[in-house]
Ligand binder design. Structure first.
Ligand code: APR
Ligand code: PHB
Length: 392
């Protein structure tokens, strides 16, 4: 089998890259380890930056997003029982974010690839990369058969546990990592959102987030211990923790409850690898970096990587210029580190650290008070949350 760009992984990074390349007349094959229903049904994050919304719409996969996406003009930060709002449009020249689940983005991208006759092979696991310096080959297996995909370039969009990053020699790859001493317990519930906007709460008991997927489905998170077992948390205990952590001093907060459709615990880490390119292999999305979810950046960062990569590949195929390919890693990492900083900062400001004393908590409250009262600090939060400008 032969193609121009071999793509490993059908998450947002791999699927969007394949879609953007097809629009520019570049052939690709996507290899995905899991079956299609698994890829679609994974519950993931759901906040799209303005730039992510724009590229999905511009590239023709934004029809359902335009109808069903919930445009949000702000978030609330709740601390010491007091809620303060950050207003995005007035602070960022009219920008907003859109709540639309990653699941929906995946469905739209798969539908677009199928409609265009794109090649996305499910249950196809890449197990070895060869000839990265010259004529790359991806070895993969599907239904017990071994195959080879010959390509000009490989895009490693295969997330943290994939093989792409591991194919870069250890003496070239540098890993930067921070593991946080807490995790998020997330629930998806059949309950109308209890607030029109997301609420990020720093409470004495720990972090909580009230979010949503649609007018009838809410998504809530509470900080928990990374060693916690899901079974330890009954539905009742989760709802009660949410109610306590989201309570406010000035007005009653009524959290609507409903059937819990999904429940999971996610560890929190920051992780960045450098460089994001080795010979003819390009890493994108979670294969190259992971951010803690507090800034809602994971999928958005995957999207900005592949926008940069699609442009670089099209400059190469259409004009013979390798400038974009040569600058890919540096350009992506410049943005990745800014987003890593923002996600780390939101995480540090909002969570309860086991080792922290009262001094640490007081500093967090002062930081939150400053962030929500100074115009400069509000602007910093807002412009990062809606997404920094992307230079292609
Ligand atoms: N062969 C084929 N496919 C593979 C292999 C392999 N060896 N290893 C991993 N994969 C697939 C996984 O099954 C997964 O579907 O790669 C895909 C990677 O997709 P994502 O995990 O969604 O990663 P990415 O596209 O980078 O998107 C990042 O997704 O995980 C969230 O929070 C994260 O929002 C962020 C976004
Ligand atoms: C979500 O809705 O899943 C969500 C929202 C905001 C975040 C993280 C996750 O910061």
């Amino acid at each position: 089998m032969k193609t121009q760009v071999g793509i490993i992984g059908a998450g947002p990074a791999g699927l969007l890259l394949s879609h953007l390349l097809a629009l520019r007349g570049i052939d690709s094959v996507v290899l995905e380890h899991h079956p299609q229903p698994y890829v679609i049904n994974r519950v993931r994050a759901g906040v799209l930056e303005q730039g992510t919304v724009d590229i999905l719409k511009e590239s023709g996969v934004g029809e359902r997003l335009s109808k069903e996406g919930l445009e949000h003009h702000g978030i609330e930060l709740l601390f010491g029982g007091i809620a303060r709002r950050i207003d995005f449009p007035s602070l960022t020249g009219g920008k907003a974010v859109t709540v639309y689940g990653q699941r929906e983005v995946i469905k739209d991208l798969i539908a677009a690839r199928e409609a265009a006759g794109g090649k996305v092979l499910f249950e196809a696991k890449a197990y070895k990369l060869e000839n990265l310096h010259d004529k790359p080959i991806i070895h993969f297996e599907q239904a017990g058969q071994a195959y080879q995909l010959n390509c000009d370039y490989i895009a490693g969009c295969d997330s943290f546990h994939g093989i792409a990053r591991k194919s870069i020699p250890n003496d070239i790859l540098k890993v930067y990592e921070r593991i946080y001493p807490f995790a998020w317990l997330g629930i998806l519930a059949e309950a109308a959102p209890s607030s029109p906007e997301l609420i990020y709460a720093n409470s004495a008991e720990g972090f909580a987030l009230h979010s949503m997927r649609s007018p009838s489905i809410s998504r809530n998170y509470i900080q928990c211990d990374p060693q916690d077992k899901l079974e330890r948390w009954t539905d009742e205990a989760i709802w009660e923790a949410l109610e306590r952590r989201l309570a406010r001093n000035d007005s009653p907060f009524k959290l609507s409850r409903g059937e819990i459709l999904e429940k999971s615990i996610t560890p929190m880490r920051s992780f960045v690898t450098e460089p994001m390119r080795y010979e003819r292999l390009f890493l994108a999305g979670d294969a190259a970096h992971i951010v803690p979810p507090t800034g809602a950046k994971g999928m958005n960062l995957a999207v900005s990587d592949v926008r940069i990569l699609a442009k670089a590949l099209s400059d190469f195929y259409q004009e013979g210029s390798e400038e974009g390919l040569n600058g890919y890693s540096e350009k992506c990492l410049n943005r990745v580190w800014k987003v890593t900083r923002f996600s780390w900062w939101m995480t540090s400001m909002l969570h309860k650290y086991p080792e922290d004393d009262d001094f640490g908590h007081k500093l967090q409250l002062a930081q939150l008070d400053y962030t929500t009262s100074s115009l400069a600090a509000q602007t910093t939060l807002a412009e990062n949350y809606v997404g920094l400008d992307l230079e292609l």
